[in-house]
Design a protein around this ligand. Structure first.
Ligand SMILES: Cc1cc2nc3c(=O)[nH]c(=O)nc-3n(C[C@H](O)[C@H](O)[C@H](O)COP(=O)(O)OP(=O)(O)OC[C@H]3O[C@@H](n4cnc5c(N)ncnc54)[C@H](O)[C@@H]3O)c2cc1C
Length: 412
């Protein structure tokens, strides 16, 4: 076995969170790896971008405590999660009447107290939500594969404020898909591992550094120190040359990028956008907390980057999944965000600058019964990794990291 591993030399295509995790995972076993990345920096759909002389993320991201594999990987490569992420108790506060905060109590008490002390819910909604969670627990968080999130919630009487402020935003944030089109099982996997998990699992973790510094750069440095290499600006146009040079190849490109390399695997997917609208206000503009919900327009969440990365006055408005905003010009998007922020926070001054980053194919549509490819392909010694390949999780950073570990395990 050790002999076999010594003869291996692996190429990974794509330096997103999946490809880098696969590479580190192989590096831990002493297998030399070269990662080929077409872009100028590693990170893929979670990366730093420089635009108009400013360094921003391609989109605001949020992690949860349940992302234990990603957090473990960060520690492996020397990226300290406690320093690089702001860890907050589960707290969903909206500019309107709803707020929910989990107290420092062991699970599941933290959730029960959070629901019963929340503002903006009726008593029947609180009891109904607890009953819903218990019913899902009895079903081990699995239902028929064809059921949508909307159908599941409707069947369990989850309507009104609890749906509007808790279940729908959770579905859209985690699955990047509207409840009527979203897979109930992917949603339930998230509920199982977060709200129904330990208190730490439901905590919110918001990056304090850019997304390339969070994990990709430390991972690249770790690889460098362990006999590997990340080559940015190195697009791979076909696999034949790589296959003749390396014992194995892991293809860790986005599903929308797979076609030219491996046709026939990802053509059935449709995609959902995520827009991030950055607005730089004077430094005195500050949110009451790092992340605030807005429920009455196109913006779902607004983040105060001043409280996260230190650029006071910089707000990031997040608009996930499909919607009317896709038809808007950038100037109209900015005007709408400004109006929604002013409504929520009181009249705000004119921003000093704004920047819209539209990721039109941010993730696959996480629909019911969606077929996901496993790590194996029809080509010998060619494996797949990527957020879309995880069998049950929605396309997230954690799914990407898990898929990287799984692909590496096929080789090692
Ligand atoms: C705006 C936005 C917000 C998001 N918010 C969240 C969030 O809050 N929480 C969360 O968990 N997830 C979030 N996600 C999803 C998360 O970013 C993705 O699930 C994850 O980054 C996917 O990682 P990956 O490695 O599977 O794929 P990718 O990140 O897409 O990596 C693929 C890499 O392959 C490279 N590549 C492609 N073709 C080639 C080629 N031919 N040769 C060489 N290299 C190639 C690409 O440049 C890319 O770097 C968000 C995504 C977006 C876009």
């Amino acid at each position: 076995m050790a002999q076999n591993l010594r003869s291996k030399r692996v190429a990974v295509v794509g330096a997103g969170y999946a490809g880098l995790t696969a590479a580190v995972s192989l590096g831990q076993r002493g297998i030399p790896v070269v990662v080929y990345e077409s872009g100028p920096v590693p990170g893929g759909r979670a990366r730093r971008v420089t635009t108009a002389g400013r360094t921003l993320d391609n989109g605001q991201h949020i992690l949860i405590g349940a992302y234990t594999t990603l957090l473990g990987m960060m520690r492996t490569v020397g990226a300290d999660p406690d320093a690089l992420l702001l860890r907050l108790p589960l707290e969903l506060r909206y500019a309107t009447e709803f707020s929910l905060r989990a107290p420092a109590l062991p699970a599941p008490l933290h959730l029960a107290v959070a629901l019963f002390s929340a503002t903006g819910l009726t008593w029947s909604e609180r009891f109904g939500a607890v009953a819903f969670m218990q019913a899902m627990k009895r079903k081990t968080f699995r239902v028929d594969t064809q059921v949508s999130v909307a159908a599941l919630l409707e069947a369990h009487g989850q309507r009104g404020a609890i749906a509007r402020y808790l279940w729908h935003p959770l579905c859209i944030s985690a699955l990047n898909t509207l409840p009527q089109a979203a897979s109930a099982n992917a949603f339930l996997a998230v509920l199982r591992d977060s709200l129904a998990g330990s208190r730490a699992a439901s905590e919110l973790l918001i990056p304090r550094v850019d997304l390339t510094r969070l994990f990709p750069e430390p991972a690249a440095a770790w690889l460098d120190a362990h006999g590997g290499e990340v080559r940015c600006g190195s697009p791979i146009r076909d696999l034949a040359a790589l296959r003749s040079e390396y014992s194995d190849v892991i293809v860790a490109v986005g599903p929308h990028q797979l076609g030219p390399l491996m046709p026939g695997i990802a053509e059935h997917y449709t995609y959902q956008p995520i827009y991030t609208v950055y607005l730089k206000y004077p430094a005195s503009v500050r949110l009451p907390l790092a992340m605030l919900g807005l429920a009455d327009g196109i913006v779902q969440w607004v983040f105060d980057r001043g409280q996260l990365e230190g650029e006071a006055g910089l707000l990031a408005c997040v608009i996930s999944a499909q919607g009317d905003h896709q038809q808007m010009e950038q100037s109209e998007l900015v005007t709408t965000c400004r109006a929604e922020l002013s409504l929520a926070l009181g009249l705000l001054p004119k921003p000093e600058w704004t920047q819209v980053i539209a990721e039109k194919r941010a993730t696959i549509t996480c629909s019911p019964g969606l077929e996901r490819p496993g790590p194996r392909t029809s080509l010998p010694n060619v494996y797949l990794a990527g957020d879309y390949t995880h069998p049950e999780y929605p396309p997230t950073l954690e799914a990407a990291v898990l898929s990287g570990i799984r692909a590496a395990a096929q080789i090692a």
